[in-house]
Design a protein around this ligand. Structure first.
Ligand code: LLP
Length: 428
C-alpha cells in the first residue's frame, strides 16, 4: 500500500488518535476527518494559485463534504467555496462565510435559490441556461440588484476515456454548448440584460481525472472563447473558472498528479492563449473537492459476521455499508482497507466486505486483501473523506453516522450522528 498511514504499536492512528479510542468514544460506523490533511491540501492549492497565476481564488467544492466546520476551515485558510444548493448555501451562511467568495452552481436552480443567492450577496452565480439567466435578471431587477454571473460552458472535452476526446457537442445536462453558437448567444443576452453583470465563464470537465492534457485543452478552449467574446462584442470578461476534478489515490492503481503538475501546464495554456489573442490574463478560479477532503477521511466499522462460502468467497459484514458509503454500489469504486488494530499484519486472503442493508449489492468492496478479519474487530476504510458523508442516505432507517475531526492527538465531534428520535422527527 503506497498510502501514508500512521501506525503506532500496530494500530492505525488518525490525527494522532488511536482508531480504537475513537471507536470506543464515538461508536461505529464513524467518519473520521484529519484536519491537518485538509488544511495541507487547501494550502497547497492556495499557494500554487499564487505561484502560477499571482492571484486567483480556490473555491472548495463543498458537495464533496459539507458541514459547518468545513466552511469554517475553508474560510480560515482563505479559500472560497462552491455551493450547489440552498442547503449548502445556508450552511455556509450559518457560519458567516464571506459570501463574495461563494460560487453558486446548479443546472436547475429554483427561484428560492436564486433569490437567496442575491439576498446573501453571493459573489458569483453560475448561470446554466437561458431560462435561468432570464429569471435571474427578473429577480435581480425586482430586488434592485445586479446579479454577478458566470456562464457555464461545455468545452466539449471528455476526460473519462483512455486518453481524452474533443467531441463536437457533448451530451451533458450542464451548461451552454460552444459549437452550436449557444454559448455566444447566451453571452450576448447576458450583456444586454439590465440586471446581469457578466463576469466570466465556467467549465468543469469531470471528476477523479489523472491526466493533465484534458485540463490544458479545456483552458485553451475557454480562453479562446473569452477572446471570441471580446472580438465579437468588445466586452472583456474578467473571470475564468476552470472547475475541479483532480484525481486522488484510492488504491495503488491510482497515480494522482501532484497539484503543481496540473497548475503549471494549465496556467501556461491560459497565459499563452490570452497573450496570443490579445486578452488580459483572466482572474482564475478552481474548484477542487475530492482532492481536498478525500484522503483526509477514514471510516471505522465494527465487523460482525464473517461468512465463508467454501470455494466461492468469504463475506465480512460490517455495521455500516451503502448508507454511509454508496460509492461501491453506484460506481464500483475501490478502497484500501485494513484491520485498524492489526494494521501491519499481512493480508491472508481476499474478502468481500458487505454492509448490513437488506440488499445483495450493499458491498463496500470485493477482493479486498485483509489480515484474517474477525467478528468484533475494527475495520478501517481509507480515503472516504469525499462523497461519502455528503452522499449518505437513511436507507433501512439507519441514521447517518457521526463525523469527528482529529488533530494533534485530539478528536472533536463536528457532526452528531443521527439518533432514533432524529429518524422519526419529521414523521406525522
Ligand atoms: N465544480 C463543479 C461544477 C462540479 O460539478 C464538481 C463535482 C466539482 C467542482 C468538484 O469536483 P472534484 O474536485 O470533487 O472532482 N459523486 C461522485 C463525484 C461527483 C462530482 C460532481 N461534481 C463520486 O463520488 O465520485
Amino acid at each position: 500500500m503506497k498510502r501514508n498511514v500512521t501506525i503506532k504499536n500496530g494500530e492505525l492512528h488518525l490525527g494522532g488518535v488511536a482508531a480504537s479510542a475513537l471507536a470506543k468514544e464515538y461508536g461505529t460506523p464513524l467518519y473520521v476527518m484529519e484536519e491537518d490533511v485538509i488544511r495541507r491540501n487547501m494550502r497547497a492549492f492556495r499557494d500554487s494559485m499564487k505561484e502560477f497565476y499571482g492571484e486567483g481564488l480556490v473555491c472548495y467544492a463543498s458537495k464533496a463534504f459539507c458541514c459547518k466546520e468545513i466552511y469554517r476551515i475553508a474560510n480560515s485558510e482563505g479559500l472560497g467555496v462552491d455551493v450547489v444548493s440552498l442547503g449548502e448555501l445556508y450552511t455556509a451562511h450559518c457560519v458567516d462565510f464571506p459570501m463574495e467568495k461563494v460560487c453558486f452552481h446548479g443546472n436547475n436552480k429554483s427561484e428560492e435559490e436564486l433569490r437567496a443567492a442575491l439576498e446573501y450577496g453571493v459573489g458569483r452565480i453560475v448561470a446554466d441556461n437561458l431560462p435561468e439567466l432570464r429569471q435571474l435578471n427578473e429577480i435581480a431587477g425586482k430586488m434592485g440588484k445586479k446579479a454577478p454571473v458566470l456562464l457555464r460552458i461545455k468545452p466539449g472535452i471528455d476526460a473519462h476515456t483512455h486518453s481524452f476526446i474533443r467531441t463536437g457537442q457533448i451530451d451533458s445536462k450542464f451548461g451552454f454548448a460552444l459549437e452550436t453558437g449557444e454559448a455566444m448567444a447566451a453571452v450576448k443576452e447576458a450583456l444586454s440584460a439590465e440586471n446581469i453583470l457578466l463576469l466570466g465563464v465556467h467549465c468543469h470537465i469531470g471528476s477523479q481525472i489523472f491526466q493533465v492534457d484534458p485540463f490544458v485543452e479545456a483552458a485553451r478552449v475557454m480562453v479562446g472563447f473569452m477572446a471570441d467574446v471580446k472580438d465579437q462584442t468588445g466586452h472583456e470578461m474578467s473571470d475564468l473558472n476552470l472547475g475541479g476534478g483532480f484525481g486522488i489515490r484510492y488504491t495503488d492503481e491510482d497515480e494522482p498528479v501532484p497539484f503543481a503538475g496540473y497548475m503549471g501546464p494549465v496556467s501556461q495554456a491560459v497565459k499563452e492563449t490570452a497573450a496570443a489573442r490579445d486578452l488580459r490574463q483572466p482572474f482564475v478560479l478552481i474548484e477542487p473537492g475530492r482532492s481536498i477532503v478525500g484522503e483526509a477521511g477514514t471510516t471505522l466499522y465494527t465487523i460482525g459476521s464473517v461468512k465463508e462460502i467454501p470455494g466461492i468467497r468469504t463475506y465480512v459484514a460490517v455495521d455500516g455499508g451503502m448508507g454511509d458509503n454508496p460509492r461501491y454500489i453506484l460506481y464500483q469504486s475501490k478502497y484500501d482497507m485494513l484491520m485498524a488494530c492489526r494494521a501491519e499484519e499481512e493480508p491472508d486472503g481476499a474478502y468481500t466486505v458487505a454492509g448490513k442493508c437488506c440488499e445483495s449489492g450493499d458491498l463496500l468492496g470485493e477482493n479486498v486483501p485483509l489480515a484474517a478479519p474477525k467478528q468484533g474487530e475494527l475495520l478501517a476504510v481509507l480515503a472516504t473523506g469525499a462523497y461519502n458523508y455528503s452522499m449518505a442516505s437513511r436507507y433501512n432507517r439507519r441514521g447517518v453516522p457521526p463525523v469527528v475531526m482529529t488533530k494533534d492527538g485530539k478528536a472533536r465531534l463536528i457532526v452528531r450522528g443521527e439518533s432514533l428520535e432524529d429518524l422519526v422527527k419529521n414523521d406525522l
